[in-house]
Design a protein around this ligand. Sequence first.
Ligand code: AVJ
Length: 360
Amino acid sequence: MSRRAIPEKTPAGGEPRVEAWRQLLGVRSERPSPLLASVPADEAALHELRERLARTPRELPSKYFYDDRGSALFEQITRLPEYYPTRTEEALLRAVAPEIAEACGGAQLSDVVELGSGAASKTVALLEAALALGAAPRYVAVDISAHALRRTRALLAQAAPQVAVQEVLADYTRALSLPSRLAQSRRLALFLGGTIGNDEDEDALALLARIREQLDPGDSFLLGANLVCEPAAIHAAYNDAQGVTAQFNFNILAAVNRLAQSRFDPRDFDHHAPYVVEHKRIEMWLVANRAVEIELGRLGASLKLAKGEGIRTEISRRFTRADVLQLLDAAGFSPDRWFESPNSRFGLGLGKARAGPRTP
Ligand code: AVJ
């Protein structure tokens, strides 16, 4: 498949570049799989890294898990016996896909936009349901990982060859700009996998509001969320026997080292991932197993960690139904439907973009 060669990184101060792409995307391309590159310029990324490492507790942004190796490791995680979310959500989505496709405009549904498309295997059921209702949806895949987008493209070509795929390589935690829609069309945006749980409320809300901005009143938004359930099941999912999740956690250091020319050594750290009941969330940490001083490269100076001191690399929240519907409502979506897996570990909330200002 031919694809225009576009650098996967914008140069420093790359905003004009992003603007150019926005304009370019205003025109609908008939070519398969054009690629939008808006992964942020280095300076902004370095600034964010510095700021996060200076927090109490120290943090690294979870999005850096998803370099090529990290994306592959995450795919491996989704197949682990302990990691229940992916297969739970996939089965749920498969079961309710016809109802969702119908509620989102049926034959009128023209755009299915997925943030964090990953391997997109879940989404195929939804696209098939839309096709069955006579729709001819285009699938817009937005992901920070070029590797994940390649996998998405391959998977879709195999599973739903009649669906046109448009790829958008972007860090949607910063900005989101989507290809323009067709006239008379209905959009469905998807944010699945429980990734909304990686953000505290404020950032989660900001992200959902950004998605809302890209939609018109009457468009739909489907949000997948991990639900509060037995702590032992949650704990096991992030502390698998094979240690794949630990490898995934360590790998963030390689990604950060590449970006910042820093010298984090994964051997200096232990994987620690407790479920914190009070906050209804898993916290993934890298905990120094000895006193270390880490050269920070382009981040400047060095970082001293005492033995036992940690860096938090991820929060992964569990929600209640009320939490999810409230989040949708606060972001400008009228809660429309709610679906729950038979074991109540995973939920899907469907919202309709509301016209006018938010209710206070
Ligand atoms: C892809 C963000 C939904 O939070 O469970 C898997 C990432 N981290 N194992 C999650 C993850 C550790 C995953 N999300």
